[in-house]
Design a protein around this ligand. Structure first.
Ligand code: ADP
Ligand code: MG
Length: 309
């Protein structure tokens, strides 16, 4: 897979404080890349470097295998963390102005804005002043302005903060659609809720350093432990539980059931297969649940950060 963007060993200092230390990331073309990390980790600093707002003290950035330079600015759509629209300007007037700054003709800009305002059902906002909009409403306008010129790389810094769950979902669906239409997307977040459904690649940043990067499915594969969540309908809870404990690592599981089941988490050796376990269980009762335990991004995030502390 070719990378649209590569950051190579970027370091950024503010005085004696290092905000970003030797961070490299590779963002494959057509991916949705999640830049994850707690508050203050260095995500915005990295994003500002990619947008040529600040220069790194060390390291370099490549877009399409070319050293980042001013002509790349038009290739990137950037929604900053600090959203800034002119408060006293009218919504439509401002959106048109910003779209033209991105190189669209007035006619083209109008046409595209009409499409997006209709899509988001906000056409009646056109003549309102920005100061009349709520934070979430203004953010919607800014989202439209960010993507309007169809840049090949979209960078959203904490795109969901300020949105209620319904509008966060609208934005999430739009991000997926933009990816399907060929854009590459980087977004940062300190909250993990939106990550699972959205990202195919992630990088974890903690205390200015990158501590994990890769394809989400690959990372999950590395972190899973051959553990299965089992619900077994049987009359003989204690006996079966104790027998299983002799063969496998067994701990109680906690999930809701309708009838009285033996609920367990069972971890297999690496050479044992799930079929062996399933066979063993089905000889001893009615298997009601048999799920592989796959770690969530949130768990991986917390585990990796704790291990690196
Ligand atoms: P994140 O976006 O992950 O929350 P930031 O990149 O905004 O983190 O900040 C990383 C660290 O760098 C923080 O400790 C922040 O205070 C510091 N920092 C960011 N920008 C500046 C600046 N212009 N001057 C001094 N310190 C800064
Ligand atoms: Mg930030």
């Amino acid at each position: 897979m070719t990378n649209l963007l590569e950051v190579r060993q970027a370091t950024k200092r503010f005085g004696t404080f290092t905000a970003l230390e030797d961070v490299s990331i590779q963002v494959p073309k057509g991916s949705i890349f999640g830049l994850l990390g707690p508050n203050g980790a260095g995500k915005t600093t990295l994003i500002r470097i990619i947008n040529q707002i600040t220069l790194p003290d060390e390291g370099s950035v490549y877009l399409d295998n070319e050293l980042l330079n001013p002509k790349h600015i038009k290739d990137i759509g950037y929604l900053p963390e600090e959203r800034g629209l002119y408060k006293s300007m009218k919504v439509g007037e401002q959106a048109l102005y910003l779209a033209q700054l991105k190189g669209l003709s007035k006619t083209e800009a109008k046409e595209r804005l009409k499409f997006w305002f209709d899509k988001f059902e906000i056409t009646h906002w056109w003549n309102k002043k920005i100061q009349e909009l709520s934070k979430g409403m203004a953010q919607k306008v800014q989202f439209i302005v960010t993507i309007l010129h169809r840049p090949k790389l979209l960078i959203f810094d904490e795109p969901f903060s300020g949105f209620d769950p319904i509008n966060a979902n609208v934005i999430k669906d739009e991000i997926l659609q933009l990816r399907d239409e060929g854009a590459t997307v980087i977004f940062s977040t300190h909250r993990m809720e939106s990550v699972e459904e959205l990202c195919d690649h992630i990088a974890l940043i903690n205390k200015s350093k990158k501590i994990l990067e890769g394809e989400v499915s690959e990372i999950k594969r590395t972190y899973k432990s051959n553990t299965f969540e089992v619900g077994l309908l049987t009359d003989d809870h204690d006996k079966i539980y104790n027998n299983l404990k002799e063969k496998f690592t067994v701990t109680p599981a906690d999930f809701k059931v309708i009838d009285d089941q033996l609920k367990m988490k069972i971890t297999l050796d690496n050479n044992a297969s799930s079929n062996d376990l399933l066979r063993y269980l089905s000889e001893r009762g009615q298997v009601m649940r048999f799920n592989e335990v796959i770690p969530g991004v949130n768990e991986i995030f917390i585990k990796t950060i704790t291990e690196n502390e």
